[in-house]
Write a protein that binds this ligand. Structure first.
Ligand SMILES: C[S@@+](CC[C@H](N)C(=O)[O-])C[C@H]1O[C@@H](n2cnc3c(N)ncnc32)[C@H](O)[C@@H]1O
Length: 210
């Protein structure tokens, strides 16, 4: 997906991926990463997810990256935080108490910029990218996070029935992307019935990468 696709998605408000609730598995599964309190969580392709609100409330620090500035402005508005906006690098930085969100392309971000990361939360990020981008994305997430443990949420369905995004990402695909670096454990999953065009089974699956 090229940047124009996501700019149009946000300007047309075609943001069905944005949930009105905190992800139902986040609270129950994050502890599998065994993070210290106050850990710094990296959210690649973060949008304006309410999961960020939840993480901040739990005392985590958050660092995100998001291509579309409108999304980041809305995130800070909804958090009721007036950001300090820092320009100078390739990406603009929106900063508040315990939260840094970089505006721009994840592939332009450096590990020196985002500093240390204790855990990664990938919801609707890996699955937002077409197959040909996923290897570069996975390598970049590992580079940026120092291969920190990940809570990763994917979809599995018959890709022939829907174009994506979100795309179907199987365990075999995860093994190819992350299997050299991480132990990959399937934590839980549920049937997901919100893709209108898919008549066969859709599963939403939660993984722990340690
Ligand atoms: C499917 S949405 C998911 C957003 C968020 N994770 C959530 O759960 O609501 C994917 C987001 O990634 C952003 N995005 C896509 N490609 C990106 C890239 N190369 N770098 C940074 N952000 C990107 C899009 O603008 C979009 O907001």
């Amino acid at each position: 997906m090229e940047p124009e696709f996501w700019n149009e998605t946000w300007s047309n408000r075609d943001i069905a991926f944005h949930s009105a609730n905190v992800h139902p598995f986040l609270a129950g599964q994050l502890s599998t990463l065994s993070l210290r309190s106050g850990a710094r969580m990296f959210l690649p392709l973060c949008g304006k997810t309410l999961d960020i609100h939840w993480l901040l409330k739990q005392g985590f620090q958050v660092v995100g990256v998001e291509l579309v500035e409108t999304a980041v402005q809305e995130l800070f508005d909804e958090l009721k935080v007036t950001p300090e906006i820092i320009e100078g690098g390739k990406l603009k930085l929106y900063r508040g108490d315990n939260i840094d969100v970089y505006v721009g392309n994840i592939f332009d971000l450096s590990s020196a910029e985002i500093k240390s990361v204790d855990g990664v939360y990938d919801r609707a990020a890996l699955v937002a990218l077409p197959e040909k981008m996923r290897k570069n994305y996975a390598d970049q997430v590992m580079r940026l996070s120092g291969s920190a443990p990940q809570l990763l949420i994917t979809f599995e369905y018959d890709q022939a029935e829907m174009e994506g995004p979100p795309f179907s990402v199987t365990r075999q695909a995860l093994n190819r992307l992350y299997g050299q670096t991480y132990e990959i454990e399937r934590l839980t999953g549920r049937n997901y019935e919100r893709f209108e065009n898919v008549s066969s089974k859709v599963s939403e699956v939660v993984w722990c990468l340690t």
